[in-house]
Design a protein around this ligand. Structure first.
Ligand SMILES: [Zn+2]
Length: 247
């Protein structure tokens, strides 16, 4: 059994009341530390990394509002890449959570909240859904984030990228994307190895409410991992011309 499979199994046994459930960290030394992206929700403060059963020193924790990844080269993706390259992270987990306020806040409510903070609508981008990466389903949001990270040219192909959901009330973990399955797939673009679990299906997402005529997010497309976007081309160093005082 691989690390996150052991983590999820032990977590679910613990939630059912097995006081002895846990992972033997020494058996998974090659898979640690793990890198996790979660939401900023303070309810997660006391859950992580305990629900995973990994020690704090083996847990590299990135957080943003809604555990949102907006692109395979976004700043959060870059931090995940550095967490692996600089801090030795071996596996990445995008961990969404139940009852996420980022999902529950409609565009209209968000505009009102910004206005109450002195940020008028005109100062915000036109499409807030796209700009903030707002989402209608915690599960779909995790799948989208995993796809962006998995397809990022900055993330090593041997680094598993998992998707999980955690219940903020019980601490129960649930698979969304088993990243080991994607590693086992052929190198050509393949659909992500999504675990079929209960929840909204890809074709029937719940809709976020919008107001002010703002567009709802487009319906999810089939989860095909796009080819990694090319990195920025290396620019030749500019030829240095002599300053007048050097002539
Ligand atoms: Zn949240």
């Amino acid at each position: 059994m691989r690390l996150f499979e052991a983590i999820v199994e032990a977590n679910q046994r613990a939630v059912k009341g097995d006081a002895r459930a846990g992972i033997h960290v020494s058996e998974f030394a090659d898979s640690l530390p793990v890198v996790a992206l979660t939401c900023i929700d303070p309810r997660l403060n006391k859950l992580m990394p305990g629900v995973l059963g990994v020690p704090e020193e083996q847990f590299i924790w990135l957080r943003n509002a809604g555990n949102i990844i907006t692109s395979s080269l976004s700043s959060t993706t870059r931090s995940l890449a550095l967490a692996c390259a600089v801090k030795g992270g071996k596996e990445i987990a995008i961990i969404g959570h139940s009852d996420c306020k980022v999902r529950q806040t409609s565009v209209g409510e968000m505009v009102d909240r910004f206005r109450a903070l002195g940020v008028e609508r005109a100062r915000l981008p036109d499409n807030l859904v796209e700009y903030f990466g707002l989402f209608a389903s915690e599960r779909q949001n995790v799948i989208k984030a995993v796809d962006f990270v998995r397809s990022s040219p900055l993330i090593g192909s041997k680094v598993p990228v998992h998707g999980l959901l955690v219940d903020t009330a019980t601490g129960k973990l649930e698979w969304v994307v088993n990243g080991y399955q994607a590693l086992a797939a052929p190198a050509t673009a393949q659909p992500s190895a999504h675990v079929n679990v209960d929840g909204p299906k890809l074709t029937k997402p719940t809709q976020v409410s919008a107001s002010e005529g703002e567009e709802l997010p487009p319906p999810p497309k089939p989860q095909i991992i796009p080819a990694p976007p090319p990195l920025l081309p290396k620019r030749p160093m500019p030829t240095r011309t002599r300053a007048p005082w050097e002539r």
